[in-house]
Design a protein around this ligand. Structure first.
Ligand code: AMP
Length: 574
């Protein structure tokens, strides 16, 4: 399909776009959507968890979800209670997601990288009454951290905790076969529920309204203190549905999900996209490992693959990449951070992801608001985040809040069904984020062209101002990605007494590359304006990241400033 002439509007029209009004929004709870998947695709594969040897159909998955849901209620949890999950990707994670939704409970997704201080803050902020945890992952001893925060566990019966530092928490469930004292084994939640327990679940499930809260996700923490974005069934189920639709997902698809489940990318764009289209969820492992992804795609004949750009880069660059047969792949989503054009081209050519789409979104909007279509013109598909999703509106505004003309840069704002209910217990932050008319301020800079395609041009605060000249690091990163010896690059501003800020490119080179700083600058010199040529080039091994694969630019800025011995005017490091 090419763009219809009517989609192209006058260039001076305002940057305000509306998504399609059809098909209608789903008016279902997540539990009801699970029943619908079983009715349509009951005997088909629903879930494969490679590291745990799990392979369940939709019918099996629902049975197990209902058991866990019934047991959670029988343990004294009541609809609306918050249940934390602190674990890498696992079968227990997906059971917790669907079981809490089924029972009208609110799942609190906790970042597997959190440490003691952050977990205490998050559990108390939203008053988690129960917590499901893995015993440990990588260097994190989850059970040990909770036992240290709640030493009272050593002397309490499971479910009867009274802890001074975690006052709301009563029940701690551990996925280890032999849980530590005071914790219940997850296996106890999988023991057959009796008929009274089933009846209690049926009543709770029937009372769930799609507009009820179902999930709290803490925003990724690249800046400031984490805030608990509270999302409803309607928010995330519909987002999963429309994201899957844009990928043309169906019951014939098998989606490889290497992105974390605690984030919307895994639990909405992965799990709920599959649920609403009958596709199979395939987890290659607990955490991201490029080799496990390549192996899983081949062995499971996956047709779709999600990832943040750095994940796709790691897969493409893996020394054993050529050994794997990836011909089953068709589609997937690249999102979560700026997606370099070159990386998009490579995954299309070398990984057979010819129908891959870029999506743009944020936790507070469930998350996706823009996404490419599989039949968008190639150039648009690799260089923009596509057009606004159905039932959503988006606009670009200037510093004063006025809508700018098409093609002009400004802050992107989004309105519609996907906007979160609010930040948990934080009306002030909610009011700062969502204006009185319902517009979510994304804090991202973008531009919408005449045909409605949106380009993300960076975070408002990433912009570098060099001697009064605004520079968008994204633009220079895109340019540098074209150098064959550059594997990954991030551009940041560092302090400078004369210009206020100077550009610094932090470059990861390809193995065996001979590139040095001067060669990088020479590559730029004839091609881009002199003020955009990075004054500094640092060769680095990697970038500071959040677990979701988002580069922590503020940290990178500080590290670059320190390495260059540059001081911010206030005397602190850059
Ligand atoms: P989170 O709430 O963790 O999902 O982070 C949301 C942020 O990720 C957005 O505000 C953007 O800054 C960034 N982001 C997500 N998707 C994209 C994309 N496709 N291109 C550029 N930035 C993105």
């Amino acid at each position: 399909m090419t763009m219809a002439a009517r989609d192209i509007i006058a260039a001076d029209a305002p940057s305000h776009v509306r998504g399609a009004a059809a098909p209608p929004l789903l008016d279902l709870s997540i539990g009801a959507a699970l029943d619908a998947a079983v009715a349509r695709h009951g005997a088909r594969d629903a879930l494969v968890v490679r590291q745990q040897g799990i392979r369940w159909t939709w019918a099996e998955l629902r049975d197990r979800v209902d058991t866990v849901a019934a047991r959670l209620l029988a343990l004294g949890l009541a609809p609306g209670d918050r249940v934390g999950i602190w674990s890498p990707n696992s079968v227990e994670w997906v059971l917790a997601q669907f079981a809490t939704a089924r029972a009208g409970l609110i799942l609190v997704s906790l970042n597997p990288a959190y440490r003691r201080h952050e977990i205490e803050y998050a559990l108390n902020k939203v008053g988690c009454r129960a917590l499901i945890l893995a015993p440990a992952f990588k260097s994190s001893d989850y059970a040990g951290m909770i036992a240290a925060l709640a030493p009272e566990l050593a002397h309490c019966a499971p479910g009867a905790l009274q802890a001074a530092r975690l006052p709301a928490l009563r029940l701690v469930v551990c996925t280890a076969p032999q849980p530590p004292p005071g914790m219940l084994a997850f296996a106890e939640l999988q023991r057959d529920a009796g008929s009274a327990e089933r009846a209690q679940l049926a009543a709770a499930a029937a009372a769930v309204d799609p507009r009820d809260a179902v999930n709290i996700q803490f925003t990724s923490g690249t800046t400031g203190a984490p805030k608990g974005a509270t999302l409803s069934h309607r928010n995330i189920l519909n987002n999963g549905y429309f994201v899957g639709r844009a990928m043309r997902l169906s019951e014939h698809d098998r989606l490889c999900i290497p992105v974390p489940l605690y984030h919307c990318f895994g639990m909405v764009m992965g799990n709920l996209a599959c649920l609403t289209h009958g596709a199979c969820m395939v987890y290659p492992g607990e955490g991201f490992d490029p080799l496990a992804v390549l192996q899983t795609v081949q062995d499971e004949r996956c047709t779709a693959l999600h990832g943040v750009p750095t994940m796709f880069i790691a897969e493409l660059e893996h020394p054993r990449f050529a050994e794997f047969d990836l011909a089953s792949l068709r589609t997937g989503i690249m999102a979560g951070a700026p997606c370099p054009v070159e990386v998009m081209r490579k995954v299309m050519e070398r990984m057979h992801l010819r129908e891959i789409t870029i999506a743009y979104g944020m936790t507070e909007t469930s998350p996706v608001s823009f996404q490419g279509a599989v039949d968008d013109p190639l150039e648009r598909r690799v260089s923009t985040v596509g057009r606004v999703q159905p039932h959503l509106e988006a606009r670009i505004v200037d510093e004063r809040g006025a809508v700018v003309p098409r093609g002009t840069k400004g802050e992107l704002q989004v309105r519609g069904y996907s906007v979160m209910l609010g930040y948990w217990d934080d009306d002030e932050k909610t009011r700062e984020a969502i204006d009185a008319d319902g517009w979510m301020r994304t804090g991202d800079l973008g531009a919408i062209d005449a045909a409605g395609y949106c380009s993300i041009l960076g975070r408002a605060k990433d912009m570098v101002i060099r001697g009064g000249e605004n520079i968008y690091p994204r633009e220079i990163e895109e340019f540098l990605y074209r150098h064959p010896q550059i594997r990954d690059v991030q551009v940041v501003g560092v302090p400078d007494p004369r210009f206020g800020e100077e550009l610094c490119a932090c470059v990861v080179v390809q193995p065996g590359a001979t590139l040095d700083a001067e060669a990088v600058r020479a590559f730029c010199r004839d091609e881009i304006a002199p003020f955009k040529v990075p004054r500094y080039v640092l060769l680095v091994e990697d970038f500071p990241m959040t677990v979701t694969g988002k580069i922590q630019k503020f940290m990178l800025r500080r590290l670059a400033g320190e390495r260059l011995g540059l001081q911010a005017p206030d005397g602190g490091a850059a």
